[in-house]
Design a protein around this ligand. Structure first.
Ligand SMILES: Nc1ncnc2c1ncn2[C@@H]1O[C@H](COP(=O)(O)OP(=O)(O)OP(=O)(O)O)[C@@H](O)[C@H]1O
Ligand SMILES: [Mg+2]
Length: 287
C-alpha cells in the first residue's frame, strides 16, 4: 500500500534570520487537507516565521517543506500564492491599490494570464464581502475592520487550498469576529485547509480542533485543543492566558459535562449548571 503524504509536510525545518536570531528550531509538523489547526505560543515563539515558510517569504536553511507533495524550495512566491493564501496581522502590509475594486483585480492579475474572467471574479468577490458599494473607495479610507476584510478578500479571490491567518481576531469587534467565524466554517466545508495563529484561548477552545504550541522557536506540543488546554505545565510554558470562563469550561468538560458554545459568561454558565443539575436530580437515573 502506498502511504498517503500529508497535504502540508514540514520536516526538520530550521531558520535563522540574517540578524542571527534562530527563529525556528528543527520543526516537524504535518497537516492534512481540510484540517483546521491553531498555532499558539508567546510573543517571539516563531509562529509568524513558521507560516512565512509556507508561502516562500522565509526560506529555511535546513529541512524540507512539501505542499501537496511539491517542494516549496522549487517554487516562487507567486506560484506558492496560488496554493497558500496568508492573511497578515496588519492589513496595511497587504493593501497597495488606489481603489477597493483594483485591490481584488491586482491580486487576480498575478494568477490569470489573460484578462478574461478577472472582472467577473472581482464582481463576485465584491458582492460576497459586501464591498460592492465601496468599490471605488480608497482602501486607505476604510475602517480597521474593513481593511482586514479587504485583505482577506484579496487573498480568497485566488481560491487557494490553504488559508493562513495571523491573529485574525485581534482588535476585531464582536460582529467582525462573527463574520470571520462564519467565513472559516464555510471555507472548511469546501475542504480548505485552515491554519490560524491566535493568542485567543477562548476562540481556540470554541472553534479550533487541533493546536500546535510553540515556544522559543521550538514546537512544544501538538494535539487536540481540549487536551492541550488541560495541561497545566504546557499552558505555563506557552504563557497562554486563559479567561476564567474558559478554564471552567475545560474543567467541567473534563468531568464529562458538555458545555454548549452559547455559554459565554459566568452568568450563562451558572444558569446552565443550575438547569443541568436540577435535570439530573429529576431524572430517574440521577442521584
Ligand atoms: N524580520 C526579522 N528579522 C530579524 N529577526 C526577526 C524578524 N522577524 C522576527 N524576528 C525574530 O524571530 C523570532 C520569532 O519571531 P516571530 O515574529 O516569528 O514570533 P511570533 O511567535 O510570531 O511572535 P508574536 O506573537 O509577537 O507575533 C523573534 O525573536 C523575533 O524577534
Ligand atoms: Mg507573529
Amino acid at each position: 500500500m502506498v502511504e498517503k503524504i500529508p497535504f502540508i509536510m514540514i520536516n526538520r525545518v530550521s531558520y535563522t534570520y540574517p540578524t542571527g536570531t534562530l527563529a525556528l528550531k528543527n520543526i516537524t509538523l504535518s497537516i492534512d487537507q481540510g484540517e483546521m489547526v491553531g498555532i499558539m505560543g508567546p510573543n517571539g515563539a516563531g509562529k509568524t516565521t513558521l507560516i512565512r515558510t509556507l508561502n516562500g517569504l522565509v526560506r529555511p536553511q535546513n529541512g524540507i517543506i512539501l505542499i501537496n507533495g511539491e517542494n516549496t524550495k522549487d517554487k516562487t512566491i507567486a506560484q506558492l500564492s496560488r496554493t497558500v493564501g496568508v492573511i497578515f496581522q496588519n492589513p496595511d502590509h497587504q493593501l497597495f491599490s488606489n481603489t477597493v475594486e483594483d485591490e481584488i483585480k491586482f491580486s487576480l492579475k498575478n494568477i490569470y494570464s489573460e484578462k478574461s474572467g478577472i472582472q467577473e471574479r472581482t464582481s463576485a468577490i465584491l458582492k460576497q464581502f459586501n464591498f460592492a458599494r465601496y468599490k471605488n473607495r480608497s482602501p486607505l479610507n476604510l475602517s480597521g475592520g474593513e481593511k482586514k476584510k479587504l485583505a482577506l478578500a484579496s487573498v480568497v479571490c485566488r481560491d487557494p487550498d490553504v488559508l493562513i491567518f495571523d491573529e485574525p481576531t485581534l482588535g476585531q469587534d464582536k460582529k467582525e469576529i462573527e463574520f470571520f467565524i462564519k467565513f472559516i466554517q464555510e471555507e472548511r466545508d469546501k475542504g480548505k485547509t485552515i491554519i490560524i495563529i491566535t493568542h485567543n484561548v477562548e476562540f481556540a477552545y470554541d472553534y479550533i480542533p487541533r493546536i500546535v504550541l510553540m515556544s522559543k522557536g521550538s514546537l512544544i506540543a501538538d494535539g487536540p485543543t481540549r487536551e492541550i488546554l488541560t495541561k497545566k505545565e504546557l499552558i505555563k510554558e506557552a504563557s497562554l492566558v486563559s479567561p476564567q470562563i474558559t478554564q471552567f469550561k475545560v474543567i467541567l468538560e473534563k468531568e464529562g459535562i458538555p458545555i454548549p458554545k452559547r455559554i459565554k459568561t459566568e452568568e450563562d454558565l451558572t444558569e446552565f449548571l443550575l438547569d443541568y443539575l436540577s435535570d439530573r436530580k429529576l431524572s430517574p437515573g440521577g442521584d
